[in-house]
Design a protein around this ligand. Structure first.
Ligand SMILES: NC(=O)c1ccc[n+]([C@@H]2O[C@H](COP(=O)([O-])OP(=O)(O)OC[C@H]3O[C@@H](n4cnc5c(N)ncnc54)[C@H](O)[C@@H]3O)[C@@H](O)[C@H]2O)c1
Length: 361
């Protein structure tokens, strides 16, 4: 049995105008666009040197622009998709300058908090932007395959989902995180919250704790335990510890889905040695066929393959496709609502434990 791992590509890809020339564009966007043969008409970054460096590394980039106005002026002459990959707090300013009616893919997170997410949403509405948020994990080859398995009903009704991440994350790569009041959930576990919503929708109850790690004292909370309850039988959990510095032996990064007829387990390789990554692995079991756990040979992983789908499906829609992309802005706003609820839950203190001796005279 084979399962979908490729997104549907646009027949004639629209040129892409990239804003932001940082790490994620270097390691995710550009390698993916190169692989999918998506044309990049130009790139702009406030730090012009970074944009020139990327042009050197990826000669298929059309032009380096030294101002946003110049990029927009050139873009107005043709049809483009704007591809924003800047720190979340800078998204609104840029969106206000994007021409009305344009298509825009916005790198996650959608703002630093729910208030900013609503501002982003409102700007997109006001400027009639065809917009989506780059929740690319939904499009990783193993997730497309897992969704295909689930949609075929092969593992039955899902009642349990689990993400476990015990890795050493190089937080120093993101200087802009220093001083931010939200780190782990907003910048990392947001992918998992989004993915859980993609599979089983919004939970009815959230319990969470996100706390600091002694190896990352300069950052706010980088370790999270999140429980999402659905009906009386259905739960999803996210457990992350990004400060496991004791070698690869006991590092873990997986996503597991359990259903009434079977299960799926995926090793997410990229988090184990970010951003180079280890190879991912996907296995599934369908109880009634008696064949035990089987491996799905994967055609790629999160980096860079997952970055093809968000752009492809936005372009398909922009070019007249009926269906909104799954990661359209209204849906992304719900993921931001869930992120906000996780932080709210973490702020509420759990039940205080007051130790008392049972052996009082
Ligand atoms: N898997 C993922 O989805 C993933 C992974 C890493 C980062 N990200 C997100 O991508 C965004 C960028 O992260 P990064 O790792 O590339 O960070 P980075 O610091 O390497 O790069 C950010 C770039 O944006 C530029 N920039 C800032 N403000 C700008 C503006 N107003 N106009 C043009 N350029 C501007 C900076 O000069 C810098 O080059 C962040 O929001 C981050 O959360 C997503």
């Amino acid at each position: 049995m084979s399962f979908d791992q490729f997104p549907r590509l646009p027949q004639t890809p629209v040129p892409i105008a990239i804003i932001g020339a940082g790490g994620i564009v270097r390691d995710g966007h550009l390698p993916a666009y190169s692989k999918a043969n998506f044309p990049v008409m130009g790139i702009y970054d406030v730090d012009v040197d970074r944009a020139f460096k990327l042009k050197e590394r990826y000669p298929f980039i059309g032009n380096v622009f030294t101002s946003l106005a110049d990029l927009i002026e050139k873009a107005l002459k043709t049809k483009v998709v704007f591809d924003l990959a800047v720190p979340a707090s800078n998204i609104c300013d840029i969106l206000e300058q994007i021409p009305i009616g344009s298509a825009v893919l916005i790198q996650k997170p959608m703002g630093e908090n729910l208030e900013e997410a609503r501002r982003i949403f409102n700007i997109c509405q006001k400027r009639q932007l065809v917009s989506a948020v780059n929740f690319q994990l939904r499009f990783a080859p193993y997730i497309l395959a897992a969704k295909h398995i689930v949609d075929l009903g092969l593992i039955g009704k899902i009642y349990d989902m689990e993400f476990k991440v015990c890795v050493s994350t190089p937080w120093h790569l993101w200087h802009f995180l220093n001083g931010k009041s939200r780190v782990e959930v907003l910048y990392h576990s947001i992918h998992y919250l989004d993915l859980i919503r993609f599979f089983i929708g919004n939970p009815v109850r959230v319990m969470a704790s996100t706390i600091k790690h002694p190896n990352a004292v300069e950052l706010e909370a980088t370790r999270s335990s999140i429980i999402l309850d659905y009906d009386q039988y259905t739960q999803a959990r996210i457990l992350t510890n990004h400060g496991h510095i004791y070698g690869p032996e006991h590092q873990e990064s997986y996503f597991k889905i359990e259903g009434s007829k079977g299960a799926i387990k995926i090793k997410i390789g990229v988090s184990l040695d970010y951003p180079k990554g280890e190879l991912p692995k996907m296995e599934y079991i369908i109880v009634e066929d008696g064949k035990g756990w089987r491996e799905v040979p994967l055609i790629g992983g999160w980096f860079p393959d997952a970055f093809i789908g968000p752009m492809a499906s936005l372009q398909n829609h922009y070019q007249g496709g009926q269906q909104s992309p799954t990661h359209y802005i209204e849906d992304a706003l719900q993921t931001m609502q869930l992120v906000e609820t996780v932080y709210k839950s973490s702020e509420v203190e759990g039940i205080k434990f007051n130790y008392f001796s049972e052996n009082k005279p």
